[in-house]
Ligand binder design. Structure first.
Ligand code: PNS
Length: 162
């Protein structure tokens, strides 16, 4: 039986921290679906198609990774995909409360689903999509924080908006 995990998030954009969590989850699962949530509260910088392209580019041609998007509740998507496990990255203390709420709400909504947390590597523990966007928007250097294609497209978006 294929060991399947869902790695959900906004990925707006994918960072090297996300890529690290994805690689580490592939050491435990046969297949990981990177699932972009379409209806999160935040107004996205990148479209779903752009984000899918960034993720595909960042993982190369690994057949164990599928990139998908979903609307609605995560636990319903997980069930639809025939999965039981959701993977989330955990950075420093600030993530804990939100992730704790998310995991418990998901468990309440869909009893079958289990969330596992992988601690981000020490080199990535301060990296978040929102901080990366902010740094790029003010002309800061995001080299090494995001995959090269994301860096290039972030810089293009900033240039276009100034
Ligand atoms: O990368 P993010 O923004 O931290 O990811 C959050 C995400 C997308 C995993 C979460 O907002 C989510 O699961 N959204 C789908 C809608 C849903 O199920 N909400 C209730 C979860 S408690």
């Amino acid at each position: 039986m294929t060991k399947l995990a869902i790695y959900p998030g906004s990925f707006d954009p994918i960072t090297n921290g996300h890529v690290d969590i994805l690689h580490r989850s592939l050491a435990m699962f046969d297949k990981v679906v990177v699932a972009i949530a379409e209806n999160v509260r935040k107004a996205p910088l990148f479209t779903i198609e752009e984000r899918k392209r960034h993720i595909r580019e960042a993982v190369g041609n690994d057949p164990r990774v599928e990139v998908d998007a979903f609307e609605g509740l995560l636990h319903e998507y997980v069930k639809k995909r025939g999965a039981r496990v959701v993977v989330r990255g955990l950075r420093a203390l600030a993530d804990f409360e939100y992730e704790f709420q998310l995991a418990h709400m998901n468990r309440r909504l869909g009893g079958q689903m289990e969330t596992i947390f992988l601690m981000t590597s020490e080199k990535d523990f301060f990296v978040s999509s929102s901080l990366v966007k902010e740094v790029a928007q003010f002309g800061g250097d995001v080299t090494g924080l995001v995959p090269p294609l994301v860096q290039q497209e972030l810089e293009q978006k900033v240039r276009r908006s100034t």
